[in-house]
Design a protein around this ligand. Structure first.
Ligand code: IFM
Length: 445
């Protein structure tokens, strides 16, 4: 297949760039914001590489006009950002912090002035600490608190923001946060994690009618991180392990969102750790959405492993040297496969790829240039994969690169850079990388 150009995609196709509040804003103790679980988690030694914290990050809270200018220079039509819950409701519920809302007012106006469509994510992992102290996502009340948060934000911004993503990657905020312990709040309890998945999905479903009531012409969805799952060998044991693994990684989220309830095979594996579901919850979770966001980074190759909790499976490394700075295999054909599979199995509303991108160990050359050709090639190959998916019948509405700026990459701190724009974290100087220039040229056609 020849390399894709913009003209291979329909004119209405959204080309965008993705960010999230905690990863770029900084100003974590300013204008009434109080700690999120990630501020607390990062403050404890050993959780984040090099002891990094999100306290300053890219200082986007103060430098947002320059950052929106950079987005404009890229030529993107859409900008995905998240709203910091502890900036808006510092206690998680109750009193609204006007200064927090005013920040997003300015940001949204700044986007509109630059002709860029705002795509707003409500929850990108920064749960207010008081809500965690009260029980976090395993507690049902957190889902109800999320609906109030959605109400406050959508009342204020819904006149201008039409695209609403309730949650980003529920897998990470629940399984990684409450079971694997690698992400905030750092717990290791399968039953708590599974209950958290249910409450995150429930909060999504309960927020939908609120968003629709507050926002004329709202387009609502959520963003799942999904992976093609391949067996490590041709053995029957590995094939079955891949099916089980896919159950928790992908189907656990896709099935209830598409009205099928939780997958029976996963329920059988997790036994007593299955979440408590109240009558009416599954109907709420299956509420109508306008698009399905998919974040794609890599496939997973899985072997049978009787000791590999919770799905008796183990992820093995791909035999390739074509990996990103995270060690993630570069596998663009997996994106085509995933989009076709989700379309065939679920026939969802249009799909938008809400994140895709790569970290590489960028270097600044003597002339100040960052020649990150590998990142540009990575993105171009994934755009080719989108085109193949569309030619294969997938209803695809857009593609968002992760990310505009190098930023706070969660447990990896500032050691992993995903930006099309380099950030010097000592001086806060921004420099467009070659990949950013390449993307701008691609978008110019
Ligand atoms: O930085 C993250 C983002 O917050 C969620 N999706 C994956 C990205 C890269 O790891």
């Amino acid at each position: 297949m020849s390399r894709s150009t913009r003209s291979d995609f329909p004119p209405v196709f959204r080309w965008g760039i993705s960010t999230s509040a905690l990863q770029i804003e900084g100003a974590t103790a300013e204008d009434g914001r109080r700690p999120s679980i990630w501020d607390t988690f990062a403050a404890k030694p050993g959780h984040i590489r090099n002891g990094d914290t999100p306290a300053v990050a890219c200082d986007h809270y103060h430098r947002w006009p320059e950052d929106l200018d950079l987005a404009k220079a890229l030529g993107v039509g859409a900008y995905r950002f998240s709203v910091s819950w502890p900036r808006i409701l510092p206690n998680g519920t109750g009193a609204v912090n006007e200064a927090g809302l005013a920040f997003y007012d300015r940001l949204v106006d700044g986007l509109m002035e630059r002709g860029i469509e705002p795509w707003l994510t409500l929850f990108h992992w920064d749960l207010p600490q008081p809500l965690e102290d009260a029980g976090g996502w395993p507690r049902r009340d957190t889902a109800l608190a999320f609906v109030d948060f959605a109400d406050v934000v959508s009342r204020r911004l819904g006149d201008r923001v039409k695209h609403w993503i309730t949650h980003n990657e529920p897998w990470c905020s629940t399984i990684k946060g409450y079971y694997e312990g690698e992400f905030a709040p750092g717990k290791r309890d399968l039953a708590a994690a599974m209950q958290a998945t249910h409450h995150v999905l429930l909060s999504h479903g309960l927020a939908l009618p609120v968003l629709r009531a507050n926002v004329p012409d709202a387009q609502c969805g959520l963003a799942l991180s999904l992976h093609p799952i391949h067996p490590a060998s041709g053995s029957e044991a590995d094939r079955l392990a891949a099916v089980r693994h896919d159950g928790l990684r992908n189907r656990w989220f896709l099935d209830p969102l598409h009205g099928r309830g939780y997958p029976e095979d996963v329920l059988a594996e997790i036994g007593a750790a299955a979440p408590k579901v109240v009558d009416g919850d599954l109907a709420a979770i299956a509420g109508r959405t306008d698009f399905l966001g998919i974040n794609y980074y890599f496939r997973e190759i899985v072997a049978d492993d009787p000791a590999g909790a919770p799905m008796r499976s183990r992820v093995v490394e791909a035999e390739t040297t074509d990996v990103t700075g995270f060690g993630w295999e570069v596998y663009p054909e997996g994106l085509t496969e995933l989009l076709k599979r989700v379309t065939a199995d679920y026939r969802p509303s249009p799909i938008v790829v809400t994140e895709n991108g790569a970290t590489y160990p960028d270097q600044i050359d003597a002339d100040g240039e960052i020649r990150d050709e590998a990142r540009a090639v990575y993105i171009h190959r994934h755009i080719d994969a989108l085109r193949a998916a569309m030619e294969g019948g997938v209803d695809l509405g857009g593609y968002f690169v992760w990310s505009l700026l190098d930023n706070f990459e969660w447990a990896e701190g500032y050691s992993k850079r995903f930006g099309l724009v380099h950030v010097d974290f000592d001086t806060q100087a921004r420099t467009m990388k070659h990949s950013g220039r390449w993307f701008a040229d691609f978008l110019k056609g």
